[in-house]
Write a protein that binds this ligand. Structure first.
Ligand code: COS
Length: 379
């Protein structure tokens, strides 16, 4: 893929930061499931928390390709950092930058871009996962305010968020995906509680928690976009989010590949490096090929988005292929490292656990196939 000078600069900046600041702590924060507050703040200083936010709101105003390159490089050494960065930029900042009114942008984007606090997205509920229209959280108008009640699950960055975009049913008579609206809810609003952090298989340092909304009163000015248009807003948001998850998965796959490739050259058995055995050589070839196909899909989705073209299907293809590739590559990486790969001495077991999230979050692989299939079949 051909990159321009700016894109190369972002990639190099992210690579240097990831190698020097994130790689040394990645194993420990995974083991202790600790959210890396200090390095996330540093990512704010580098502009990574306002990458696609326009400059007039304190952001960097980079294109989506540059953003994906940064997410890829960070995820190459630590999936949890990559996911934190991705969720903040694409699920938190993007909808505000593109769907909010001027006053909302002025209020919520600058602190987020500066890394003072993160932005987050509260869509999923116990009964509204793949069926995102199954939202049971309600918002009832009370004069100049809306009163929100309900609960959300698996919400990324919520303990560190200054505000979240919360979806709620505003037309209680409407069915399915109709009658849902989106609200910007500051996390210090009375009645809003972020519950205990989840103890997860992978992405253990990323912050994931359930939310409870108990008579949370938000002013009407915090309604995002038009009333009852929330479903379309979060579908649009997820289209972009899927590019982010593809970039996270691509980074994880590249990270695991590099470890396995280098190991296969340095590990000697039967008097030669194991890379001289065709069994290993073919594994390396398949891993490299799948990574390259993933890269093409991911950056093609970025290119389409940057060009203002329809990109939802390409984003779904990129997310599907790249997250499945990350599973394939991390599995093979462990196989190449053998017993060492099965221990914490090498990072590939962490990468394998982290990769799994990418086949689930922001729409499972099955949902991506639905999005792709519907577009192809025009239904
Ligand atoms: N962009 C803009 N609008 C969209 C859209 C998109 N990508 N996808 C659908 N819409 C619109 C449709 O055009 C339709 O509009 P009208 O009501 O005006 O006709 C409306 O949204 C409903 O669309 P649809 O009937 O296709 O919705 P479904 O309930 O069938 O859902 C899927 C479709 C399954 C694709 C959707 O529910 C989905 O993506 N689910 C996964 C959610 C997910 O990823 N959850 C994890 C969140 S982790 S943050």
């Amino acid at each position: 893929m051909l990159l321009n000078e700016t894109q190369k600069m972002f990639r190099q900046m992210a690579r240097d930061f990831a190698n020097s600041k994130i790689a040394p702590i990645a194993a420990e924060i995974d083991h202790s499931a600790t959210f890396p507050e200090a390095t996330v703040k540093e990512m704010g200083s580098l502009g990574f928390l306002g990458l696609t936010t326009p400059e007039q709101y304190g952001g960097v105003g980079a294109d989506i390709t540059s953003y994906a390159l940064v997410v890829e490089e960070v995820s190459r050494v630590c999936g949890s950092h990559g996911l934190t960065l991705a969720a903040h930029n694409s699920l938190g900042c993007w909808p505000i930058a593109h769907l909010a009114n001027e006053a909302q942008k002025q209020k919520f984007l600058p602190p987020a871009a500066a890394g003072e606090s993160l932005l987050s997205f509260g869509l999923t509920e116990a009964g509204a996962g793949s069926d995102a229209g199954g939202t049971l959280t309600t918002a009832v108008r009370d004069g100049d305010h809306w009163v929100l009640n309900g609960s959300k699950m698996w919400i990324t960055n919520s303990h560190y968020a200054g505000a979240l975009i919360i979806t709620a049913k505003t037309d209680l008579e409407a069915e399915g995906s109709q009658g849902i609206s989106a609200f910007i809810v500051p996390t210090d609003t009375p009645g809003f509680t972020v519950e205990k952090k989840e103890d997860k298989l992978g992405m253990r340092a990323s912050d994931t928690a359930p939310l409870t909304l108990d008579n949370v009163r938000v002013p009407h000015e915090y309604l995002l976009g038009e009333e009852n248009s929330g479903f379309k807003y979060f579908m649009q948001t997820l289209d972009g989010g899927r590019i982010s998850i593809a970039a996270v998965a691509l980074g994880i796959a590249v990270g695991a590949f590099e470890v396995a490739r280098d190991y296969s050259n340095s590990r000697f058995q039967f008097g030669r490096s194991i890379s001289k055995f065709q069994a290993i050589e073919f594994m390396i070839a398949d891993m490299a090929t799948q990574i390259e196909a993933s890269r093409q899909l991911t950056y093609e989705a970025c290119r389409l988005k940057d060009a203002g073209e329809a990109y939802g299907q390409m984003a779904a293809m990129a997310k599907l292929h790249t997250s499945e590739t990350a599973m394939f590559v991390t599995d093979k990486a462990i196989q190449i490292l053998g017993g060492y790969g099965f221990t914490r001495e090498y990072p590939v077991e962490r990468m394998y656990r982290d990769a799994k999230l990418c086949t689930i979050g922001e729409g499972t692989s099955e949902i991506q196939r639905m999005v792709i299939g519907r577009t192809e079949l025009n239904v």
